[in-house]
Design a protein around this ligand. Structure first.
Ligand SMILES: Nc1ncnc2c1ncn2[C@@H]1O[C@H](COP(=O)(O)OP(=O)(O)OP(=O)(O)O)[C@@H](O)[C@H]1O
Ligand SMILES: [Mg+2]
Length: 271
């Protein structure tokens, strides 16, 4: 059977704390459990998804220098030279470090007109073909050169909303402006339906948010949502995915449902 095209997804929302990194980690894990090969690229200097996913963050990412900071400083290497293993054999990681913010500032001072095309160069066709999904976890800053690079490479942008946080909905105005600009250079990029995280089932605010988001975003909203659960914080404290920390929990099952829904959505769009 012919290999399916790699689906490249950039998770967006310039409002902090909505659940982007939690989604990058656990959505990737759900896909990997369905035998998909996944590459997670962490573009945030907080390195939350990197330190949770990496098999040995200090040794592989910090000491051995396999991270995106060194990729950016290289003279045109392939991203594949900087990818590390995770505890899941089907997930690979392009990790971030705390140094990433200063690297981004240095890059901007270069005033290089090709600065937005770096990822198109770093992610060769051969590298992309090794993965079914490439997922970019992004920082909350709205004007990140790295987020723009990711969007220029992506087939999909994926807006994450925190169901109890009205302000995460307001952030869409900024994202719309960024996406409008990106489309001039990458016209094939499309929105995935919105994912609502931290959804509280019996809350009027969560229900209202779903309705409003469905109304305001042309892509609509995934019916599957991620419930609010303290297990998430506990899994982060133990630096584990939810599937490792509490397999079979509501949250793990919800991420599995979201992975199924995304798979169905991207396959339907291809036909
Ligand atoms: N479904 C959930 N239920 C409860 N808490 C959650 C849920 N998802 C994420 N959180 C918590 O919300 C906080 C923010 O989550 P996360 O770091 O994934 O968001 P983010 O958008 O990546 O944030 P940042 O802007 O810092 O990158 C964390 O403390 C996390 O434990
Ligand atoms: Mg994050």
């Amino acid at each position: 059977m012919a290999k399916q095209k790699t689906q490249i997804i950039t998770i967006v929302c310039n409002k902090g704390g909505v659940g982007r990194s939690t989604t990058a980690i656990n959505f990737a894990w759900s896909l990997a459990n369905k035998r998909k090969n996944v590459l997670v690229c962490d573009l945030d200097a907080q390195a939350n998804s990197s330190s949770t996913l990496a098999k040995n963050y200090n040794r592989d990412v910090v000491e051995n220098g396999k991270n995106i900071t060194n990729l950016l400083k290289s003279s045109g290497d392939s991203a594949s030279d900087y990818i590390v293993s995770t505890r899941n054999p089907n997930i690979k990681l392009l990790a971030s470090t705390l140094m990433l913010d200063s690297t981004e500032v240095e890059m901007k001072s270069l005033l290089d007109t090709n600065i937005f095309r770096l990822f198109i160069h770093f992610f060769s066709r051969k590298l992309k073909s090794q993965f079914d999904y490439i997922i970019f976890d992004t920082p909350p800053q709205k004007a990140s050169v790295l987020t723009l690079n990711a969007l220029l490479l992506s087939n999909w942008y994926w807006y994450i909303l925190s169901a109890e946080d009205q302000w995460s909905l307001d952030a869409r105005v900024v994202i719309k402006k960024i996406i409008d600009d990106v489309k001039k250079l990458n016209p094939r990029i499309k929105p995935l339906p919105i994912l609502l995280t931290k959804y509280v089932n019996n809350s009027a605010q969560s229900r209202e948010m779903k309705k409003v988001a469905d109304d305001k975003f042309s892509s609509g909203v995934f019916n599957a949502t991620i419930p609010y659960s303290n297990i998430i914080a506990k899994s982060h404290s133990s630096r584990q995915s939810i599937h490792e920390y509490s397999p079979g929990s509501m949250v793990a099952q919800s991420y599995d449902k979201v992975a199924l829904a995304v798979g169905r959505f991207v396959n339907k769009k291809k036909k």
